[in-house]
Design a protein around this ligand. Structure first.
Ligand code: IDP
Ligand code: MG
Length: 142
């Protein structure tokens, strides 16, 4: 890989609402290339493992139940120029769509602070951990 990577998930709310294609189009229009992608339906262990850092938070059980409520689409994204993690978090907007800037993915597609359409890694270290949580080397291109 030449650029830096981040891990996103099109969350079950957005898949259910038929926004998968619109979100992928917005991501590609912003200059990211897709290095890996699949649709999965996580069980509690899988979703809980992904959000392990939030295990002690009051919203953890609800979050796991939301993330297991239907299929989602994890993707590894590469940005050739610049910091994929930070720029992608700008593209998606604040966790709570009520606070997200106009034009951001969460402003356009999220329903609530929980059902907020997409995930974005918060550091390079977590991007690598999260990418390998969902994808093997064989599933990531170039
Ligand atoms: P982030 O996705 O913007 O990085 P985090 O604080 O890492 O936000 O939280 C992970 C996910 O947990 C959020 O994307 C959202 O789905 C959910 N979440 C965060 N805070 C709350 C809350 O206060 N109530 C309900 N769900 C929340
Ligand atoms: Mg986070």
């Amino acid at each position: 890989m030449n650029g830096t990577i981040t891990l996103t998930i099109i969350k079950p709310d957005a898949v259910e609402n038929g926004n998968t294609g619109n979100i992928i189009a917005a991501i590609q229009a912003a200059g990211y290339s897709i290095k890996a992608m699949k649709m999965i339906h996580m069980n509690e262990r899988e979703a809980g493992g992904f959000y392990d850092v939030h295990r002690e938070r009051p919203f953890f059980n609800d979050l796991v139940s939301f993330m297991t409520s239907g299929p989602c689409v994890p993707m590894v994204l590469e940005k050739a120029d610049g910091n994929a993690v930070a720029s992608f978090r700008e593209l998606i907007g604040a966790t709570n769509p009520a606070n997200a800037a106009e034009g951001t993915i969460r402003k356009r597609f999220a329903e609530s602070i929980e059902r907020n359409a997409v995930h974005g890694s918060d550091s390079d270290e977590n991007a690598l951990r999260e990418a390998s949580y969902f994808f093997s080397n064989l599933e990531m291109v170039g």
